[in-house]
Ligand binder design. Structure first.
Ligand SMILES: Nc1nc2c(ncn2[C@@H]2O[C@H](COP(=O)(O)OP(=O)(O)O)[C@@H](O)[C@H]2O)c(=O)[nH]1
Ligand SMILES: [Mg+2]
Length: 370
């Protein structure tokens, strides 16, 4: 089998030789593969390529793929394409070239591939992994929070490290993802690529890694742009999932309930009933409609049948009262703190929190998975 190790570089003159030296020696321990080391350099002005060319004289398996500076994502895309199309890779490894990723961990990644994993991720956030102690507080926060947003935002919490660049994967997962991820740049590329592999059904493995801070040169990460792009990616991906999942049906059912509630209120008030009475009866009719349609449509796969409908319907009513309390509590608290004139904003906020409450209770408690 053929393995290609991709090393993206931009101004890594002081690191690349040590990195290549260690890689050449550690890959001897990995049986069953022939290795090529592909330095994907964006014409670094510091002369990175001269160091690599010098090294390649005694190591013909070291190659340079040179290009213009278009950021890390584009460099990886170019490197992976070349690794498959030209170097005929079966398996691709990807590592930072600044010695932050310890080459001694590489055999562990390949072991997981041989055990049947398709895509192995180096993880700083599992037992046995770490981020550098000497990172400043900001950098730590960016890293931890950024990752948590992706993990939970995309809804795949069992993969712990989304932004790291120490990975080994089978070539199919790049071929399947290429068209979809090629428009992303920077760190978002790494996120989109892993996300796509999961969607394609890849079996994911994780290897704990200690990420050591670079000793030479500077980090090229631009934190604000990074956080913004991560948010955009996660938000868009999530919106797509929601449009096709039960949340959209839940929203339709809720809107129908709202119309029923309002219509009954208006009809009863028109016939001389007290609005409190109209609103209570309207609300209960809406609750019945919501229960019926959620049970037979939104959560059809987990439909409640027979006598179990009775306790579940009572639970559903309790949940709705909970939402009512949340909504009026938010308005009460908000207006007490910021003045009565702000009531509309807190009403909207209360409705929003109430929706999240309802959806969570419905999907996790009332129609919970068997
Ligand atoms: N080819 C290429 N490599 C890059 C670019 N930006 C970063 N890299 C490389 O990607 C790896 C990780 O980048 P680094 O700046 O160390 O990011 P950090 O470790 O997250 O601070 C290093 O090997 C860099 O040389 C780029 O625009 N082009
Ligand atoms: Mg680095």
């Amino acid at each position: 089998m053929k393995a290609v190790i991709i090393l993206p570089t931009y101004n890594e003159r002081e690191n690349i030789k040590a990195m290549l030296t260690k890689l050449v020696s550690v890959t001897r321990l990995i049986k069953g593969y022939t290795f090529t080391y592909l330095v994907v350099d964006d014409t670094s002005p510091d002369g990175t390529q001269d160091v690599v060319k010098d090294f390649a004289k005694s190591n013909p398996n070291v190659k340079i793929l040179s290009g213009q500076k278009e950021g890390l994502g584009k460099a990886l895309l170019r490197g992976m394409t070349y690794a498959i199309d030209t170097l005929k890779a079966d398996v691709i490894a990807q590592m930072d070239a600044d010695l932050s990723h310890d080459p001694d961990r590489l055999p562990e990644f390949f072991k997981k591939i041989s055990e049947g994993d398709d895509f192995v991720v180096g993880s700083r956030y599992i037992r046995g992994g770490s981020i550098p102690e000497n990172w400043g507080l900001h950098r730590k926060i960016f890293s931890v929070v950024g990752n948590a947003i992706v993990r939970f935002g995309l809804g795949f919490p069992y993969v712990h490290d989304w932004t790291g660049g120490y990975r080994v994967f089978k070539k199919e997962y790049f071929e399947k993802a290429k068209a979809k991820v090629s428009r992303y740049s920077g760190y978002v590329y790494q996120i989109a690529f892993l996300h796509n592999a999961i969607i394609e059904g890849a079996r994911i493995g994780e290897v704990p890694i200690h990420f050591t801070d670079r000793r030479f040169g500077r980090s090229k990460i631009a934190p604000l742009q990074y956080i913004r792009n991560v948010f955009i990616y996660v938000g868009t991906a999530r919106a797509k999932q929601l449009r096709h999942g039960p949340f959209a049906k839940f929203a339709v059912v809720g809107s129908v309930g709202f119309i029923i509630n309002t219509t009954i209120l208006e009809l009863m008030v028109g016939r001389g009933f007290h609005p409190a009475m109209g609103s209570a009866i309207g609300a209960e009719c809406a609750i019945i409609s919501n229960f019926f349609f959620n049970n037979n449509w939104t959560f059809r796969g987990k439909r409640i049948q027979g006598l179990r409908v009775i306790p579940k319907f009572l639970q559903f009513n309790a949940t709705s009262i909970g939402a009512l309390l949340i909504q009026s509590g938010t308005v009460a608290l908000g207006t007490a703190l910021f003045g009565v004139s702000m009531y509309r904003w807190f009403y909207l906020l209360g409705v929003g929190i109430g929706l999240i409450w309802n959806y969570t209770m419905y999907s996790k408690v009332i129609w919970k998975n068997k």
